[in-house]
Design a protein around this ligand. Structure first.
Ligand code: TRP
Length: 336
């Protein structure tokens, strides 16, 4: 940790094994950012509870799997503070203080939260499953960020309304308790390629269209071979239309060089490469890129003690930092 660097905090809900959407959308970015910022990355198991409070049997396992994926993708405990949200109880205390000063209608109008509630209702959940804790989602997120007085919050565009609300809550806290100690955090948006699932929709675990970081090579190939290509092409030597082949062509652009994409483009248009061969080659490329990550994951899987130690050590480090901020919070609120 170098003094003087700006601080970032970001988290990911513990939903289980991660997929390529997480890799390209989040982890590749964090891996870069950890060299430039004083970085705090955490596994948001309390946030997972806001919707999964009634199915906790996989919760601890999910935390562990997320940690395995992060570490094998190069999130480095020597560069970043890596921790589990629930191992840092100071965050829950700060959440209490913030929940007192946050006007009810601020949380009620948070558009991302409205979307979450709508998705739950559409998924067959009734109103009793939309809890007080879920309504507090952005307030808890504010506690996550303010707990380390972060300057920036690297997130995807869907999370920006939450961070805007965090800014408002921090500003209000500073106003009410007449301090300028707490930083109004800013979202750190990055251009990220949207990773489609093999069926052309957004990649997601619940859509069953994802390629997991931890999938084996055979599974990866099978998933890629199932992708729908240019529907107008019936025979192998029919001229193809890469622009109508959204999944496979898009993946080529993510996984290989511009020259290779041009080569595939031209072979396809001339009918000189069939879709099956094209997908087989792509699968090979994807497997090649993931090989070192998967090897590292296997190594860590064989050493669960080490993974747990890393999480405990990171969480201890986070707790020390958090306690300093919590003391400051209690002092300005005049709890003592
Ligand atoms: N809400 C984020 C998501 O679903 C995860 C998250 C929780 C988070 N707390 C955070 C992200 C604090 C950034 C900062 O992806």
């Amino acid at each position: 940790m170098t003094e003087g660097r700006k601080r970032i905090v970001s988290g990911m809900r513990s939903t289980g094994k991660l997929h390529l959407g997480h890799y390209f959308g989040v982890l590749a970015n964090w891996k870069k950012l950890q060299n430039e910022y004083d970085s705090f990355f955490f596994i948001a198991d309390w946030h997972a509870l806001t919707t999964k409070f009634d199915s906790t049997e996989t919760l601890a396992d999910n935390v562990y799997n997320v940690a395995l994926d992060w570490l094998s993708c190069g999130i480095d405990p020597n560069k970043s503070t890596i921790y589990v949200q629930s191992y840092v109880p100071q965050i829950a205390q700060l959440h209490i203080y913030l929940s007192m000063i946050t006007p009810q209608n601020w949380v009620e109008r948070d558009p991302t939260l409205k979307d979450m509630a709508r998705a739950l209702r559409e998924g067959g959940h009734n109103d009793s499953q939309i809890s007080y804790g879920l309504l507090g989602y952005p307030v808890l997120m504010t506690a996550d960020i303010m707990m380390f007085n972060a300057n920036y919050v690297p997130v995807g565009i869907d999370q920006v309304p939450h961070v805007e609300l965090s800014r408002d809550i921090v500003r209000r806290f500073n106003n009410i308790y007449k301090t300028d100690f707490f930083v109004e955090p800013e979202p750190l948006l990055t251009q990220i390629p949207l990773m489609k699932g093999v069926d052309g929709n957004k990649m997601g675990k619940s859509f069953n269209n994802d390629i997991k970081i931890s999938d084996d090579e055979k599974t990866t190939e099978k998933k890629i071979m199932s992708a729908i290509t240019d529907r107008s092409r019936l025979r192998r030597d029919d001229p193809g239309h890469p622009e109508d082949c959204e999944v496979v062509y898009d993946y080529w652009k993510i996984f290989d060089s511009e020259e290779k994409v041009k080569e595939i483009d031209s072979l396809c248009r001339k009918g000189e490469i069939g879709c099956a061969q094209c997908k087989r080659e792509l699968a090979q490329k994807v497997n090649e890129m993931l090989a070192p990550i998967r090897a590292k994951r296997k190594e860590l899987e064989n050493n669960p003690k080490l993974v747990k130690e890393i999480l405990l050590e990171g969480s201890n480090k986070a707790q020390k930092e958090a306690q300093i901020i919590l003391d400051k919070v209690k002092e300005v609120v005049r709890m003592y």
